[in-house]
Each structure stands twice: as C-alpha cells, then as structure tokens.
Design a protein around this ligand. Structure first.
Ligand SMILES: O=c1ccn([C@@H]2O[C@H](COP(=O)(O)O)[C@@H](O)[C@H]2O)c(=O)[nH]1
Length: 233
C-alpha cells in the first residue's frame, strides 16, 4: 500500500499563520515540509511545535558543505527527530557517504536521507549557464546514480524524471518531487512541473506541494481536492 504521498511545503514568514494552517490539517492526510525560510526565522522550536501536533517533518535545508560539516548537520536533524532530511547531490559522493554514516547510530530511528538532484525551477538553459552541457534529465540521472551509490534513500527530482529514475535506481529508491501543479494553478518560478495524479502515475513516491495549497483562498479545500484527485493511485 502507498504511504501518505502529500508533503505540504510550509513557506511562511509568519509562524502564527503557518500554525493556523497546520491546525486545520490532519496528520493522517499529509506530512509537512519546513524549509530554509521558516527554519531560519523560527528554528528547531518550529519543528517541535509541528511534531507536537502529530505531523512528520521533512527538514528541507539542502545541506551542501564539506563532508564533516554535513555529517554533523544531518546528525543534528536526527536529534530533532525529523522524518526526512536532505543534502545536495552536487556536494559529491564523499559528502553524501559521510551524511549516511552519521545516521548509522540512529538505526531504525534515523530520518530518511535524500539528495537534491537538479532543482525543479531549473531548465536545460539554466544548466548551460552553469557550464553543464547535458539537459536536466541527463544531469538528474548522473546525480541520482551517485546518490544511489552513496547509499542514500532517494532523491529530490522533477516528476518528469520519475519513470526514468525508477527504471535506473529501482522501485525502492524514493523519489520526492516538488514542482507539482494541479491543473490550472500558477506555475510561478517552477520549470519542470507535473500534476499530482500524473506525478504518482509516473513513479513519484512523495509530492511536495506548497503555494497551490498555502496560497489558495481555502488551503484545506485545495488540499482536500488534491487528495481526492489521487485517490486510488
Ligand atoms: O528542486 C526543488 C527542491 C525543493 N523545492 C522546494 O519545494 C517547495 C515547492 O513549493 P511550491 O510553492 O509548490 O513551488 C518549496 O519549498 C521549494 O523550496 C523545489 O521547489 N524544488
């Protein structure tokens, strides 16, 4: 049976507004993602406030540093009891391996450890400007292979790459896909997008959804509608 696939991205500059939304949500329906904005503003206390309300937290801080620093940072995330934590795959094999080893003492209580491949806001042209001469899909493939070889649990990618990565890395390798846009919602700064239902059909395990829910006139109704659209998939 499929695990709860919806991860709501809580990107707010106001803790009260964020917790007002959280209090309307049901932990049986979704998990919550805390990213750079809210963690920088409100720190570990915010994560604890959310956990006390019964939600699993994906700490999306995308660590990218020397291996020793990243290893210490993911261990700190494990101490916080988060459900999932991430690093950037472009930090390299040694960095990802150090992160994985830092979680070994936590055994079954370790968070899932995943790596960001190519941000879903980026296009082939953006990669060219970085001197990367292959397209996004090809670069995602390289970084996903490196992540799998370093022993991590999965990657952040676009749902557009999900089918390819399930073939390449295996069914158990988790695919976490932001850039999810229900039909008719604003694309914003995302580039490689897909609807919730198509993303699950393509092989995504978890859908990261922020603004289509948090900026909706009725966020609970938006989440409920997305939930309905993926029932049975
Ligand atoms: O490649 C990536 C990695 C992370 N994100 C994060 O996901 C959410 C998406 O929010 P939307 O409002 O649904 O666009 C956001 O917190 C990003 O930091 C991503 O979009 N792409």
């Amino acid at each position: 049976m499929r695990d709860k696939p919806i991860l709501v991205a809580l990107d707010f500059d106001n803790k009260h507004s964020a917790l007002q939304l959280v209090d309307k949500l049901d932990p049986a329906m979704c998990r919550l993602k805390v990213g750079k904005e809210m963690f920088t503003l409100f720190g570990p206390e915010l994560v604890k406030d959310i956990q006390h309300r019964g939600f699993d937290v994906f700490l999306d801080l995308k660590f990218h540093d020397i291996p020793n620093t990243v290893a210490k940072a993911v261990a700190a995330a494990a101490e916080l009891g988060v459900w999932m934590v991430n690093v950037h795959a472009s930090g390299g094999f040694a960095m990802m391996e150090a992160a994985r080893k830092a979680l070994l003492p936590y055994g079954d209580n370790a968070p899932l450890l995943i790596a960001v491949t190519v941000l879903t806001s980026m296009s082939d042209d953006d990669l060219k400007l970085l001197g990367i001469e292959v397209g996004a899909a090809e670069h995602v493939k390289r970084l996903a292979k490196l992540t799998r070889d370093a022993g991590l649990d999965g990657v952040v990618c676009s749902a557009q790459e999900a089918a390819m990565l399930k073939d390449l890395c295996g069914q158990h390798f988790k695919l976490i896909t932001p850039g999810i846009r229900p039909e008719g919602s604003e694309v914003g700064d995302q580039h490689r997008i897909m609807t919730p239902a198509r993303a699950l059909e393509a092989g995504s395990d978890y859908l990261v959804i922020g603004r289509p829910i948090t900026k909706a006139a009725d966020p609970l109704a938006a989440l409920t509608e997305i939930h309905r659209s993926i029932q049975g998939l």
